[in-house]
Design a protein around this ligand. Structure first.
Ligand SMILES: O=C(O)c1ccccc1NCC(=O)[C@H](O)[C@H](O)COP(=O)(O)O
Length: 227
């Protein structure tokens, strides 16, 4: 098993190329008009061909209506839809069934109790992404560049699969892997020079730091390959 890496909030061919060329397993486009990373359906469709297999395209949405979900499915054809709002298990199942596209449900973690939310989505969402809670005053449910306390994850069972998100960057990735056992990592603000502006140097720096952490075997799950 390899550690998946999702670079999220990409808006330019240069940033997509940097992420994919370094082996990102997932590239995220944001469709949320309050975000500095927002892309319209037409913009996402235009950039879509740049995310070629084996990299997978994830479109991030927040409490979207059926019509827009359908437009994204038809025009952008993502490999996965990330649901980053208040989507109930029923709504997640509905979107999965209507589009036939795998879904990733994002959950905000502020305390150990929040992890119990995972149970409701088991067998319904294809993946779970654990992110920090939005800071007071932020209009963004994600992409805030803040981390949660990774030690909270110690209560999870070894078989609990999740993508770790929130405030990750080149400087803390080794520590995150030493304290958490995710099956994937998701980064956005940590590879930006300003909100919504991806920096290809920082994308490379993130992968360099990851390579270094892997070489040192930092917290790697026994089932993950170190390559
Ligand atoms: O990034 C956004 O602007 C965003 C807006 C609305 C909903 C979700 C959003 N991002 C979701 C992501 O998957 C981010 O990559 C994740 O929250 C981590 O972000 P960061 O803490 O900035 O690395």
């Amino acid at each position: 098993m390899t550690l998946d890496i999702k670079i999220c909030g990409l808006k330019t061919p240069e940033a997509i190329h940097a992420a994919v060329s370094r082996g990102a397993s997932h590239v995220g486009f944001i469709h949320f008009d309050k975000s500095p990373r927002h892309l319209s359906v037409a913009q996402m469709a235009a950039l879509r061909p740049l995310v070629a297999a084996p990299a997978k395209l994830v479109v991030v949405t927040v409490d979207l209506d059926d019509e827009t979900i359908e437009a994204i499915a038809d025009w952008v054809r993502p490999d996965m839809i990330q649901l980053h709002g208040h989507e109930t298990p029923g709504r997640v199942a509905e979107i999965r069934a209507a589009t036939g596209i795998p879904v990733m449900k994002a959950l905000s973690i502020g305390s150990a109790g929040d992890l119990q939310g995972i149970d409701a989505y088991r067998g319904i969402a294809d993946r779970i992404l654990l992110d920090a809670q939005r800071p007071k005053g932020s209009v963004l449910p994600g992409g805030n560049g803040v981390a949660f306390d990774w030690d909270l994850l110690a209560v999870l069972d070894a078989g609990d699969e999740y993508m770790l998100s929130g405030g990750l960057d080149a400087g803390n990735i080794a520590a995150a892997l030493a304290r958490a056992k995710p099956s994937g990592l998701d980064v956005s603000s940590g590879v930006e020079s300003a909100p919504g502006i991806k920096d290809t140097g920082l994308i490379h720096g993130f992968f360099d730091a990851l390579d270094k952490a892997r070489l040192n075997g930092a917290g790697l799950h026994p089932e993950w390959s170190a390559t």
